[in-house]
Design a protein around this ligand. Structure first.
Ligand code: ADP
Length: 486
């Protein structure tokens, strides 16, 4: 089955969060099941630089009149064939993929990502005469116009290509002023409540949700949560109306990247049977960061975007408790300035117990998971969350708020769950400083009970968290959609 995956990010070429990890891992997992997956990507500098054996497709004229080339190439870092939109004026800029170096969204983001959805729909229509997808699977708002363009081209030309749309985070919607609609080249009827109009604006997210043949999101619990007013970000009504076409498929972990036995980015390898390396990783990180060199102190870790969503104000509020209980904390993240400043300031006052690195550092992230005892993920909401799963694999037990994918992957280490072997971390339910501190207390209590700690950690490390299950579910979905479209 020919499947085109469409996303703005892909690990290891471009990553700002979990979307890239998923986009980088899913193609290989599907190919292992007999699919023929290709990806469509914006031509960011790192993507262009990775291209080999380049073939150029017929020139595209985009709805607002510009001419654009799409190349088909082999991506060496991914072992994958990709279509790349080669439009340097759009994608090769100083700054990040979505924001400039002052952290301001690019003024033309509407066009930049409309182009991604438009190019996907052109590939569905046969832009490449050597390969035509049967399924176009687009990810997040950046790629969400693909189902809209496909729906209208289907009306005109009866193509049977299925459109799947995955929401990785409903909070980021890609909403633009109504003037953008004139650029998009869609029929006027699309700018309505039964289309991509959202309170008078153009919403890419809504386009994906409204026009896709099937919607998925990245955990079963989040699939239910986004149908509620509290978590539906204004789109819960539409999601409830389409509930029969909405499925939660839990993300996996790419074992070729996140595996403490083979990870070249950590100083000492280890696994559930040879755990000694973990203590060595911890000692190495304590030394690197100037923390007190004590193996018996519990080390907590945070690897996160520093945004309101991630609930890290709870961690800030709990610092006195953590320190008074003798724990250490290492934080890696970047994002909102007030959080960056608050963590920096706390670190300057407690340098033997708290180490903070502001920035984005893939290597350092691996070292934190390998060294820490507990991974903190107190998110206010969390569609899936990958860091708690990396924590499980690296024997750093996750402490999480019971929402979204966190609720689907972490089981409280209550005595009955320790006994029945299900325990793998710590879970708090009410989103409050008190509930978070109580969970911290439970983690410290378990840490003090060596035998129980080791048992829970071993079980966590042995959990199967790969992409097999998710890839099977996506494949079954594609097959069903194709069978329905005949
Ligand atoms: P989200 O996609 O909301 O950011 P996820 O938990 O799904 O959250 O995925 C986050 C991914 O980004 C993980 O791979 C995590 O290790 C990585 N990550 C987040 N912040 C940083 C950082 N500052 N440095 C390195 N990796 C980071």
């Amino acid at each position: 089955m020919k499947v085109l995956q469409v996303s703005a990010e892909i690990y290891p070429l471009l990553k700002t969060g979990g979307l890239a990890d998923v986009a980088g891992a899913l193609p290989a997992a599907l190919n292992a099941r007999g699919c023929d997956v290709r990806v469509l990507l914006p031509g960011f500098v790192t993507v262009l630089a990775d291209m080999q054996d380049v073939r150029t497709l017929p020139e595209l004229t985009v709805p607002w009149g510009e001419r654009v080339l799409v190349r088909c190439a082999w991506l060496a870092s991914l072992n994958l064939t990709a279509y790349v939109i080669d439009a340097p004026s759009m994608y090769c800029r100083n700054g990040g993929p979505y924001e400039d170096d002052q952290r301001q969204p690019y003024a033309d983001n509407g066009r930049r990502f409309a182009l991604l959805g438009f190019a996907a729909a052109q590939l569905a229509l046969g832009l490449d005469d050597q390969w035509q997808p049967q399924v176009v699977h687009s990810h997040d708002w950046h790629a969400a116009l693909a189902p809209a363009y496909m729906a209208y081209s289907r009306q005109r030309q009866a193509t049977r290509v299925a459109a799947v749309y995955t929401v990785h985070n409903l909070a980021y919607q890609g909403v633009f002023p109504p003037e953008l609609f004139h650029d998009l080249g869609l029929p006027g009827s699309a700018f309505s409540i039964d289309g991509l109009e959202f309170h008078g604006q153009v919403s890419f997210m809504k386009a994906g949700l409204f026009y896709a043949d099937h919607i998925t999101t990245v955990s079963p619990t989040y699939a239910a949560e986004i149908q509620t007013q509290a978590q539906g970000c204004g789109l819960d009504g539409l999601l409830r109306a389409r509930a029969g076409l909405l499925t939660g498929i839990l993300n996996g972990v790419d074992d070729s990247v996140w595996n403490p036995q083979l990870d070249p980015l950590i100083p000492f390898p280890f696994d559930a049977d040879r755990i000694a390396g973990k203590a060595q990783c911890k000692a190495a990180l304590q030394k690197e960061l100037g923390l007190s060199l004590q193996s018996d102190l519990p080390l907590f870790g945070v690897v996160s975007r520093l945004t309101e969503q991630k609930g890290l104000h709870l961690v800030l509020a709990a610092l006195p408790t953590l320190f008074s209980r003798g724990a250490q904390l290492v934080v890696l993240g970047n994002g909102e300035k007030w959080l960056e400043d608050a963590f920096r300031e706390a670190a300057s006052m407690h340098s033997r117990q708290l180490a903070v690195r502001i920035g984005y550092d893939e290597h350092f992230a691996h070292r934190i998971f390998s060294a820490s005892d507990v991974t903190l993920v107190p998110s206010r909401f969390e569609p899936c969350g990958l860091t708690q799963m990396y924590g499980l694999k690296y024997g750093s037990l996750p402490l999480v708020h019971s929402v979204g994918g966190l609720a689907d992957t972490v089981v409280e280490s209550a005595p009955e769950h320790v006994a029945d072997g299900l325990a793998n971390g710590f879970v708090f339910h009410e989103f409050s400083a008190d509930a978070f501190e109580r969970a911290l207390g439970r983690s410290l209590a378990l840490y003090a009970r060596n035998t129980d700690w080791n048992q829970v950690r071993e079980r966590a490390m042995r959990q199967k968290l790969g992409w097999d299950q998710a890839a099977s579910e996506y494949l079954a979905l594609y097959q069903r959609l194709l069978a329905e479209s005949v």
